[in-house]
Design a protein around this ligand. Structure first.
Ligand SMILES: [Ca+2]
Ligand SMILES: [Ca+2]
Ligand SMILES: [Ca+2]
Length: 195
C-alpha cells in the first residue's frame, strides 16, 4: 500500500511539473563507463526565466538523489554527446564561484579534462560588470562548454533549456517510473548484486 501511495505521489508530481524527465540512461562498465546514470531534464513552457538558474538546478538534482553532471574525461564527454541527444544550453556541475578562474566540480572530483568552446570561453562574461561562474553546454550540439551567470536570461537574454543529472544509482523519481514500466525488477536485481 505504501508503495502504491508512493507511485501515486510520484505520478502526481510528474503531472504537475512541466519539466520533462527522460528515462535515465546508464553508462555501463561493460561499455567502458562508470556505471553511473544520466538523466536529461528539459525545462518546460511553465518554467519562467527565474526558474532556470544553475543554483536551482543544482538543488533539484540533489533532491533527485544525484548531482548536476560532471564530465571528467574525454570518454565521458564522448559518451554523453553520442547517447543523450541535444544538450545545448543545458547546465552541468562545474563552478568557479569560490575563486574566480579556479574551476571545480561540485562533487569534489578533480578538474582536469575540459571542453571549453575556446576561444573565447571561459570568458567570465568578458566584462568587469558581469560574473560567469557556472558551467553549461554551449549553444551548439558538439559538447563544448560555456561559463554562464547563474541567471543567463537576466544578464544576456540567454535561455537555458534544461540540466543534466548524474547519479551513482538510479535517480528518483525515475526509479518509480521504471517500476511502472516493469523494469524495476531488473534494476532491483542489479542493486542487490552491487550490495
Ligand atoms: Ca561524471
Ligand atoms: Ca568566472
Ligand atoms: Ca562565457
Amino acid at each position: 500500500m505504501k508503495k502504491v501511495l508512493g507511485i501515486l505521489t510520484v505520478v502526481t508530481v510528474l503531472c504537475i511539473s512541466s519539466q520533462a524527465m527522460a528515462i535515465p540512461v546508464q553508462w555501463t562498465i561493460a561499455d567502458g563507463g562508470n556505471d553511473h546514470w544520466y538523466e536529461v531534464v528539459a525545462y518546460g513552457d511553465n518554467d519562467t526565466y527565474s526558474d532556470r538558474l544553475w543554483t536551482i538546478a543544482k538543488t533539484t538534482a540533489e533532491g533527485m538523489g544525484g548531482y548536476l553532471a560532471t564530465i571528467t574525461s574525454a570518454e565521458e564527454s564522448a559518451w554523453i554527446n553520442s547517447n543523450l541527444g541535444d544538450l545545448s544550453k543545458y547546465w552541468l556541475g562545474g563552478t568557479d564561484a569560490a575563486v574566480e578562474g579556479t574551476w571545480t566540480w561540485i562533487t569534489g572530483e578533480s578538474w582536469g579534462f575540459t571542453a571549453w568552446n575556446f576561444p573565447p570561453e571561459p570568458n567570465d562574461g568578458d566584462s568587469p560588470a558581469i560574473s560567469e561562474d557556472y558551467l553549461g553546454f554551449w549553444s551548439t550540439t558538439d559538447g563544448k562548454w560555456n561559463d554562464l551567470p547563474d541567471d543567463p536570461w537576466t544578464v544576456h537574454t540567454y535561455l537555458m533549456r534544461g540540466y543534466l543529472v548524474e547519479s551513482n544509482a538510479v535517480p528518483e523519481p525515475a526509479s518509480m517510473i521504471l517500476f511502472g514500466s516493469g523494469l524495476f525488477g531488473l534494476l532491483g536485481a542489479r542493486r542487490k548484486f552491487l550490495g
